[in-house]
Design a protein around this ligand. Structure first.
Ligand SMILES: *Cc1c(COP(=O)(O)O)cnc(C)c1O
Length: 366
């Protein structure tokens, strides 16, 4: 049992609000796939998926073991594994996960497993590379895939999909539209040559924001569900889902000339008061937040981080804050605070959220 006092509260109502915000941008029949990879963007994929299972059509995880964790928690919703490996294929079947088959090596391995089992119409997903050059078949692979599919009843293409490289960047509109056109061509080939119609999907969160016309049958919402729209205007419509809280472990009174923390990085110019908080870089707080670059909230007041961020702790300046050992500390509880941490850490909110370590206790609240 994790009884850590630093807790990430996941706001279930905010998750639901954010999903509904994207739903109202879509046709009523468009399916929603909720992306819960990387522990639900640094939260808790099991708690998030348990809460969302009757509100979405699909889940996606990156790796097979992430899907197994959901099945072991008795989640029944279809789960797309975005990045399986040959070594995982038996587990995929045993846990009724749905693999993305992205090259001939894994496609053939899965086909062989399906033939030998034998499986009947086992749902698989085919990913096409339309410009990201990361994972996916190339459109020239289509004839060979189709001919293999026509010879087997053991697998069935549940969906054909692709992923955009720059859906958030309107300066790359021409490139993105080219990706969408490439995808439409791929889709057309499958529609023409298969006697059934696989689902089609290409949009992530910012794809929904900027290219809703390309929603096809389903959209894959990740960061937006967790409160960030890749655009300040969109983010303002969303609610924050990740709230990181802790408590004051100890308060120190510092004399002028004394120092605080490793490398004596903070030197008190005057009589000061510091509070020690049990959260550090091992919990996902970048060392770039040290030396007054980052702050926390204590009794609604900003307390700057002084000295270096330690592995397990930070010290903050509470000279002017009325507070006691045991008081609550907010590391972040708003999109503004998460964005500030992200900017100071010189990264993107995806990394800030997914960086929250498994050591932090996670609790979904509604
Ligand atoms: C992570 C991921 C998503 C979700 O993207 P967001 O920008 O977080 O909405 C969608 N599709 C694929 C293939 C992904 O890897």
């Amino acid at each position: 049992m994790n009884n850590h006092v630093t807790v990430l509260e996941i706001d279930g109502n905010a998750l639901e609000h954010n999903l509904n915000y994207f739903k109202q941008k879509l046709n009523p029949t468009t399916k929603i796939l909720a992306v819960v990879k990387a522990f639900g963007y640094g939260s808790d994929s099991v708690q998030v998926a348990s809460f969302l299972q009757d509100k979405v059509d699909y889940f996606a995880v990156a790796y097979t073991h992430e899907g197994i964790a959901l099945r072991e928690a008795d989640i029944k919703t279809p789960i797309l594994v975005l990045h399986p490996h040959i070594q995982n294929l038996q587990d995929i079947v045993d846990y009724r996960l749905e693999p993305n088959l992205y090259n001939f090596q894994i496609f053939n391995a899965f086909l062989q497993l399906a033939d030998e089992a034998p499986l009947m119409n086992y749902p698989i997903h085919l990913k096409f590379n339309t410009g990201l050059n990361r994972l996916g078949f190339w459109h020239t692979d289509i004839p060979k895939i189709i001919s293999e599919l026509k010879e087997t009843g053991h697998i069935k293409v549940q969906s054909v999909f692709s992923h955009l490289a720059a859906s958030e960047d309107l300066e790359e509109q021409e490139f993105t539209i080219n990706q969408l056109n490439n995808f439409a061509y791929v889709a057309q080939q499958f529609y023409k040559h298969l006697n059934y119609e696989p689902m089609l999907h290409i949009l992530n969160t910012s794809g929904v924001v900027n290219y809703a016309q390309a929603q096809f049958d389903m959209v894959r919402i990740g960061i937006g569900m967790y409160g960030f729209g890749n655009d300040p205007k969109e983010t303002a419509q969303l609610k924050n889902t990740h709230n990181l809280k802790s408590i004051i472990s100890q308060i120190h009174f510092i004399e002028p000339g004394e120092t605080v923390g490793y490398n004596r990085a903070f030197v008190a110019k005057k009589a000061s008061k510091s509070a020690t908080i049990p959260v550090g870089h091992a919990d996902g707080l970048s060392r770039k937040l040290g030396n007054k670059k980052g702050y926390v909230l204590i009794n609604n007041q900003k307390a700057k981080i002084i000295g270096n961020v330690c592995m397990d702790m930070i010290m903050v300046d509470v000279t002017k804050i009325d507070c006691n050992e045991g008081d609550e500390v907010i590391i972040f509880n708003s999109q503004e605070m998460i964005q500030h941490i992200t900017d100071v850490s010189e990264t993107i909110v995806y990394e800030t959220l997914t960086g929250i370590s498994p050591r932090v206790k996670k609790m979904l609240k509604t």
